[in-house]
Design a protein around this ligand. Structure first.
Ligand code: KG4
Ligand code: ZN
Length: 364
């Protein structure tokens, strides 16, 4: 079947087509197209996403992005009739942005007379590690399931930092989450303190690459790293960076200090994420650790997971993380989550546009 995915929960207007089948051997999936119109340039000058501007851009771009995704997948815009199922992010996210996507997708479902499923954005991130490159096939053998689940997933994005125990598709338990800022938010706010552009994650990571074991060492706290629970807290870390920057007169030596402070901020965030996730994976006897969400694009975080698992001689836990193009928001991950939901509830036959609405505060 051909599944159309649509995603407008934050500042990316994304549409894609996923070909997906269930056979006796397992699942076959093949992404046919993935078009993303990023609004980064628009929000950059404000240092973060401005909700009103985001929804205006979504409204402007969504028909164009959809047409491009259909042409890329099938060759002609008329081939939209080849779509068998429409999937749309219904939440969580910015309500005005969600509403643009949800209303557009519902109208499409109504006019094409196709089933439609509202998807939890976070569920999209959870399974994005399964996605192959555009036009490449991927076969998930049923046996692979036993190697993946139960899994511990660290979902780290601009809005979320959660540790999730996944028993199987659709069966999730949040075992810990941030009590204040998300990890991505800490990168973004840290970047602003250091005079770097939005989004802060890639900017901090680039600066940290310039750091070469300088003698001048400044240390930031690793909040809640040894707490007994699986919760996180990043708001104090951002404040600690702000005070440190003031104390050492950052503004006067920006060029020299930026790589040092970026490196230390990245080390502090990744230390906490890695330690708590591995602890949870061992305690819950997980077969895999799934690292996902925008912050999973961070190379240092990926390396640190691999290094720590090796150092601890943990070789019975698979480390799974998406291809870079699927770490940040995209529509193919929404289509994939939609496919699994469709299989799970296929007895429902008709997935109706009247049955769901946008929910800004949706939980897993
Ligand atoms: O998943 P995502 O695209 O959107 C949300 O659902 O929030 O995640 C965006 C977040 C931003 O906070 C951004 O700074 C962060 O992911 N990010 C990174 C990197 N690339 C994106 N953080 C650290 N290192 C990166 N390379
Ligand atoms: Zn996201």
């Amino acid at each position: 079947m051909n599944i159309l995915g649509i995603e407008t929960s934050c500042d990316e207007t994304a549409v894609g087509v996923l070909k997906a089948e269930k056979t006796k051997a397992g699942f076959f999936i093949k992404p046919l197209s993935s078009v993303i119109s990023s609004q980064i340039k628009i929000h950059k000058k404000y240092g973060g996403v401005v909700p009103m501007l985001a929804s205006r851009e979504h409204a402007k771009n969504i028909p164009i992005v959809t047409q491009k995704a259909i042409i890329q997948a099938f060759g002609s815009k008329k081939d939209i009739s080849k779509i068998d199922l429409i999937t749309i992010t219904k939440g969580p996210g910015l309500i005005l942005s969600l509403l643009i996507g949800v209303n557009f997708a519902k109208t499409l479902a109504w006019s094409l007379k196709k089933p439609i499923i509202g998807i939890n954005h976070l569920e999209g991130h959870l399974f994005s590690f399964l996605l192959p490159k555009i036009n490449k096939n991927y076969q998930l053998l049923n046996a692979d399931n036993k190697k993946i689940f139960p899994a511990i997933c660290l979902l780290v994005s601009g809005g979320h930092t959660q540790l999730i125990y996944i028993k199987k598709f659709g069966d999730y338990k949040i075992i810990g989450e941030t009590r204040d800022d998300a990890a991505g938010e800490c990168f973004d706010k840290g970047a602003r303190i250091l005079g770097l552009d939005y989004p802060g994650g890639p900017a901090i990571a680039n600066q940290a690459l310039k750091y070469k074991d300088q003698l001048q060492a400044f240390s930031l706290p690793r909040p809640m790293i040894n707490s007994q629970d699986y919760d996180f807290s990043f708001s104090g870390l951002k404040t600690a960076l702000l005070y440190l920057a003031q104390e050492i007169d950052f503004k006067k030596k920006e060029k020299q200090l930026r790589p040092i402070l970026s490196h230390e901020l990245q080390e502090a965030i990744t230390d906490v994420l890695v330690k708590k996730t591995i602890k949870a994976a061992l305690e819950f006897k997980a077969k895999s650790i799934i690292l996902t969400g925008g912050v999973s694009a961070n190379q240092r975080l990926r390396e640190k997971f691999k290094e720590t698992l090796e150092k601890k001689k943990v070789n019975n836990i698979n480390f799974l993380t998406p291809l870079l193009e699927y770490t940040t928001d995209n529509a193919i991950m929404i289509a994939l989550a939609g496919f699994f939901q469709y299989l799970n509830g296929s007895e429902k036959k008709s997935w109706d546009w009247k049955k769901f609405q946008a929910e800004a505060n949706l939980r897993l």
